[in-house]
Design a protein around this ligand. Structure first.
Ligand SMILES: N[C@@H](CCC(=O)N[C@@H](CS)C(=O)NCC(=O)O)C(=O)O
Length: 276
């Protein structure tokens, strides 16, 4: 194999290959005019059932299960493989062109929220649920929420990308990101050995943020044979926690919203009955 020698200045003139190569580009902003649809509920979600997308639909379904009828929402499908995230309407809600993105039309002026962690915090504060108010418990919850936001890109963009999506298998990046992913799983395992949920005795937005990624990983739902490759059976406290969250009815509902592959697909959700 010939060694890659970087040019003095990087230019966008080569096809990188691999899954998602067609949507990757080094510039931001809209590529085409496309307004977003708006449904009947105050909360309008534009998303896809990836782990980042599932965080928000799980929280919304949990809020509805608690009786917060104001959390009713329309969930519109953003097909990232087709470049919907580069439409003008979507870019106006999220200048970073990534799902999930939320519009709250409940007040006099619509509010946009992007970045899944910010959306979780916004909704938890709006409805006063799944985010403790006592300062120490709140700090613990937000610390783990931000831990997830900083850590999961090493799992998804690092390990998952090179293990499952890159055009060829390369030992150096797979080794580096497998090591980091296992370190992160051990962080969670040690925490969950002494705590029922991530932030303490209560189920919070920290669990909702972390579960679709790390729960999905130990349940064997991400990146082909990665569960075996990473020996996820070693993380028994993570497995205990992942199973407990998996069993929650709102989690099972939230996971299905905006799903367009596999079983129980539900491209859009506009009413609770769509999931029944
Ligand atoms: N930090 C962001 C990450 C969102 C993200 O990476 N979304 C992916 C899908 S999971 C996406 O929209 N990718 C489309 C693209 O990269 O063009 C968040 O948590 O909301």
């Amino acid at each position: 194999m010939t060694e890659y020698v970087p040019a003095k200045v990087w230019t966008w003139d080569t096809e990188s290959g691999g899954t998602f190569a067609s949507i990757n580009r080094p510039i931001a902003g809209a590529t085409h005019e496309k307004p977003l649809p708006v449904g009947k509920h105050p909360l309008q979600l534009y998303s896809l059932a990836t782990p980042n997308g599932q965080k928000v639909t799980i929280l919304l379904e949990e809020l509805l299960a608690l009786g917060h009828s104001g959390a009713e929402y329309d969930a519109w499908l953003i097909k990232i493989g087709d470049g919907d995230q580069f439409g003008s309407g979507f870019v106006a809600v999220n200048p970073n062109s990534k799902i999930p993105a939320l519009m709250d039309h409940s007040g006099a002026t619509p509010i946009r929220v992007f970045e899944s962690g910010a959306i979780l915090q916004y909704l938890a504060e709006k409805f006063g649920a799944f985010l403790p108010t006592e300062p120490a418990a709140r700090a613990e919850c937000l610390s783990w929420l931000f831990w997830q936001m900083g850590s999961a890109p090493y799992l998804g963009g690092g390990f998952g990308h090179f293990y499952a999506y890159a055009p060829s298998k390369m030992e150096y990046p797979i080794n580096r990101f497998a090591m980091e992913t296992k370190r992160q799983l051990d962080v969670l395992d040690k925490r969950l050995a002494v705590s029922q949920y991530i932030a303490g005795d209560e189920y919070t937005i920290a669990d909702i943020a972390i579960w679709p990624w790390y729960g999905g990983l130990v349940k064997g739902r991400l990146y082909g044979d990665s569960a075996e490759f990473l020996s996820v059976h070693e993380y028994k406290h993570v497995l205990r926690w992942a199973d407990a969250i998996d069993a929650r009815p709102a989690v099972q509902r939230g996971r299905r919203v905006n799903r367009v592959s596999g079983e129980e697909q539900l491209p859009e959700r506009h009413d609770a009955s769509d999931l029944d």
